[in-house]
Design a protein around this ligand. Structure first.
Ligand SMILES: C[S@@+](CC[C@H](N)C(=O)[O-])C[C@H]1O[C@@H](n2cnc3c(N)ncnc32)[C@H](O)[C@@H]1O
Length: 397
């Protein structure tokens, strides 16, 4: 379903394409921005696309990287400041935006969204209504946003000789977080060698995500361009998607501010503490041998409920927790025992964990349903409903 794109966007995107053409860019896959009912502003193709075809080929000169600071007098000061590549790019974007139409990237900056609806903007009152596994993820992201603000604001004051407002900062942070690509693998620290490792890529960043497609992307030194090749077919006049990675909905929501309905990568994470409290509740004794085995075999990792039921680690951990450690057994005999033939204890422990998670999610749903006032809370409600169906499925599987 396609909608007309607003006139201001059309003007800005025409100006973007004119500017990019001056740097030898060509729209090789005949992509055009459109507004779609489900995914918002994205790209459609005016011709059918085959697997193996290039979607975009963006010349190096058009890539915005913090390496752009290289010719400035602040360069040596910046490389000493122990910034991350992410924060350095946020700072670079703010400095370029501040230059208005004298920035080389002015036409690009005009095409960026003016506002973002992100879960990190939720107040504490709302976060307290959420189940712990969601609240913790939001709080971690809020903390990294605030840490980043302190560092970027220091750099901004030094370069632009004025204070940076938190809202202005958040805009740039969200632009980089939701749109930047990684060019080369690096430690993530900004220094003279890694300054070009993250980039904002004009035009390419108008492509939306779906888990249903695959593509290959990266900088091609032979063409000196950042390229994306699609590995899927797209019919003429349909939306062209790329794949941002195998993200579950909680990660998509926290990092990009959106959800994919019926996302097959969905997962409800579990913690070791969920298992310990279920054991305490049912008086299951945890011997030293049992705890050592869990640690030795890394069974506290990858604990989660997926769309096809509990993860392998959850099943293995339940078996180890509920086996009789007084009679000597080989760990392989315990872990690889068929989960379907589980004993009463495993089933009891799993149901206890699921009941608790279900209770947390249901309490949160009824508290939030009273305040379905904005896009973010609507997304949270959809996400919680998906969590409920994952939990229900796990009871049976
Ligand atoms: C790289 S940008 C893609 C273009 C963006 N939609 C725009 O208007 O500029 C990434 C952002 O697009 C949105 N997005 C991407 N894929 C989406 C999808 N399948 N459904 C809804 N929103 C999506 C999210 O807001 C995400 O943070």
């Amino acid at each position: 379903m396609v909608d007309r794109i607003d006139p201001l966007d059309i003007t800005n995107i025409k100006a973007l394409s004119t500017w990019m053409k001056t740097q030898n860019w060509r729209n090789i896959a005949k992509l055009e921005p459109c507004r779609f009912k489900d995914s918002g502003r994205g790209m459609r193709t005016r011709k059918g696309l085959e697997a193996g075809q290039l979607l975009v080929q963006i010349p190096r000169l058009l890539l915005m990287t913090a390496g752009g600071f290289r010719s400035s007098k602040e360069w040596s000061w910046l490389v000493d400041k122990n910034l991350s590549c992410h924060d350095a790019l946020v700072l670079y974007l703010l400095v370029e935006k501040n230059k208005r139409d004298s920035s080389f990237f002015h036409a690009y900056i005009k095409t960026l969204p003016e506002e973002f609806s992100m879960p990190t903007d939720l107040g504490n009152e709302m976060i307290c209504m959420l189940p712990t596994f969601i609240a913790m993820k939001f709080q971690d992201k809020i903390k990294s946003l605030q840490d980043s603000f302190k560092k970027v604001a220091r750099g901004y004051k030094n370069i632009c000789i004025k204070e940076l407002g938190f809202c202005e900062f958040k805009w740039a942070y969200y632009v980089v977080n939701t749109r930047a690509v990684h060019i080369t693998g690096s430690s993530g620290k900004f220094n003279a060698d890694s300054s070009d490792c993250m980039a904002l890529v004009p035009f390419l960043d108008l492509l939306n995500h779906t888990h249903d497609t695959s593509c290959i992307s990266g900088f091609n030194p032979d063409t000196n361009c950042y390229e994306i090749e699609t590995l899927s077919k797209t019919p003429k006049c349909s939306e062209v998607f790329i794949n941002y990675g195998p993200h579950d909905n909680l990660s998509l929501f926290v990092e990009y501010g959106f959800l994919i309905p019926r996302n097959p990568n969905n997962c409800l994470p579990l913690e070791m503490t969920d298992f310990i409290s279920a054991c305490n509740e049912y008086d299951v004794k945890l011997s030293n041998l049992c705890l050592q085995t869990i640690s030795l075999h890394n069974l506290m990792k990858n604990l989660g409920l997926f769309t096809d039921g509990p993860s392998w680690s959850v099943k293995a951990l339940l078996k180890v927790l509920s086996c009789d450690w007084s009679s000597l057994m080989r760990i392989e005999d315990i872990i690889y025992r068929d989960f379907e033939n589980q004993g009463l204890t495993e089933k009891t422990l799993l149901n206890c964990i699921l009941d608790k998670k279900k209770g947390e999610v249901c309490d949160s749903l009824s508290a939030i349903a009273k305040d379905k006032s904005c896009l973010v809370t609507n997304c949270i409600v959809s996400f919680l409903e998906e969590c409920l169906s994952i939990i229900e499925f796990s009871y049976a599987n």
